[in-house]
Design a protein around this ligand. Structure first.
Ligand code: NDP
Length: 419
């Protein structure tokens, strides 16, 4: 029996809400709070007749910590699930600390305006220290560790698919298959087709910022940074087929490098079609991916936010997306003195997800783990004071929940490795 405040009501939140409503024994009461209250009301209307979970809604601007705190004091949740945007991570964590409630999210903190002089200096110092220059990193949220410990509350960072399930796969591989993991390749393949020349599967602003950042990977104790999209490999994905994939910087590399002892190399690859890449390059070249406001006819406009308004809403892709996703990790290492390699992955079908909850598979593969992570904390299985990435906790109950709640996984021995 638990009460959970869900902040945000976009593509990922829609699935997390649907899954909490399927799991009424754990989630007896949820409050959906977001910037646009009508979306919360629509979600409530969609699910309330089919669930025993009691649903209430509210409007909140989560950029304002005091608004989140007031809502927590009113609703008195056991935990807050943040499925708004990475820009709100710190304000929501501050409110959780002030109120003494647990916190769960799906993406690490990122400043909204990276050109803002308040952030610029901190970024530059971080890039020099760490050796990668993507805008997002865990240092901001890891800095809350002691305060969460002292308050006796849990923060679970990144309970989506990647990060999230891929982090749990890594802990599971280490616990059951290896004495020592040498390398991790995280492969994120979307074999789906929505029929548009260009659209993003989750929030366009966050997606395009991630993809257009320099790529980087972890090797022999340090970061290697490369030009954006400059490393391409082809891979034949089970149930999807051959796809081109590109090396990206991704947040779980940063935490896995710390938490998987002795790992020598961690890389992250994501598949992209040629049409996506051509459009993205063109938009970047004309300045449409910039987060810096430009003056247009007397008004300040942020180009990437204007672009977001033009692109299809990811939540609207559900009915038209066909095909499958395959997301997983290839591990190499040593077990009982012998070399071993395994591939743990999940395959998800866009249309099946749509039939079940009305969303495409990218929102589904993120929203289901958001619910599971929250369940792990509120049920006490992962309740520990401090700030944690998922690979730091016992993977077994989470792996079991993935099978139960719609993301079954497969372990394949001796997979084809990525060169
Ligand atoms: P959407 O843009 O669809 O939804 C974001 C929601 O947050 C919207 O409802 C929006 O409100 C709300 N929101 C934005 N700003 C505020 C604010 N200041 N106060 C309150 N609510 C706000 O995004 P997605 O659902 O696609 O993504 C959600 C999160 O999931 C992101 O952080 C994303 O990075 C993460 N993600 C993680 C993945 C993983 O595997 N780990 C994969 C994919 C996404 P409004 O409706 O008014 O705009």
């Amino acid at each position: 029996m638990s009460r959970v405040l869900i902040i945000g009501c976009g593509g990922v939140a829609s699935v997390a809400i649907a899954k909490c409503c399927q799991n009424s024994q754990v989630f007896t009461d949820i409050m959906i709070a977001s910037r646009t209250r009508e979306k919360c009301e629509a979600a409530k209307e969609k699910w309330e007749s089919a669930t025993e979970t009691r649903i209430t809604t509210a409007r909140v601007d989560a950029d304002k910590s005091e608004e989140v705190l007031a809502l927590i004091r009113e609703f008195k949740p056991d935990a807050v699930l943040n499925v708004a945007l990475p820009y709100q991570d710190l304000t929501i964590m501050d409110a959780c600390l002030a109120a003494g409630v647990d916190y769960i999210d799906t993406a690490n903190y990122e400043a909204e305006d990276t050109e803002d002089p308040r952030w610029r200096g901190i970024y530059e110092a971080r890039c020099k220290r760490e050796g990668f220059s993507a805008y997002f990193d865990y240092s901001w949220q890891w800095a809350y560790r002691e305060r969460f410990q002292e308050a006796g509350i849990t923060a679970l960072l990144g309970s989506g698919f990647d990060p999230g399930v891929t982090s749990v796969f890594s802990a599971y591989a280490l616990k059951h298959y290896f004495d020592q993991i040498h390398s991790i390749d995280i492969l994120d393949c979307n074999g789906g087709d929505h029929g548009y020349p260009f659209a993003t599967n989750f929030n366009p602003e966050i997606n395009l910022r991630e993809v257009s950042a320099p790529g980087s990977y972890w090797e022999d104790g340090h970061w290697v940074e490369v030009e954006p999209m400059s490393i391409r490999r082809e891979y034949d994905f089970p149930q999807v087929g051959k796809k081109d994939m590109y090396l990206l910087h991704h947040e779980e590399i940063e935490s896995l490098a710390r938490n998987i002892p002795g790992v020598k190399r961690i890389r992250f690859f994501m598949t992209f079609g040629q049409s996506y890449l051509t459009h993205m390059k063109c938009l970047e070249n004309v300045g449409m991916l910039s987060t810096k406001p430009v003056s247009f006819e007397g008004r300040d406009i942020v180009p990437i936010q204007f672009l977001k308004a033009l692109l299809p809403d990811p939540a609207s892709l559900g009915p038209r997306t066909v095909g499958k996703t395959n997301i997983g990790c290839i591990f190499t290492g040593i077990k009982d003195g012998k070399e071993r390699s395994i591939y743990i992955y999940n395959v998800c079908d866009h249309q099946e997800c749509y039939r079940e909850v009305g969303s495409q598979a990218i929102s589904y593969t993120t929203g289901v783990p958001a619910m599971i992570g929250t369940m792990m904390v509120v049920s006490g299985q992962w309740k520990k004071p401090g700030v944690f990435n998922l690979e730091e906790l016992d993977p077994d109950p989470y792996m079991e929940a993935l099978n139960q709640w719609g993301l079954p996984w497969v372990v394949e021995e001796n997979p084809r490795l990525v060169e």
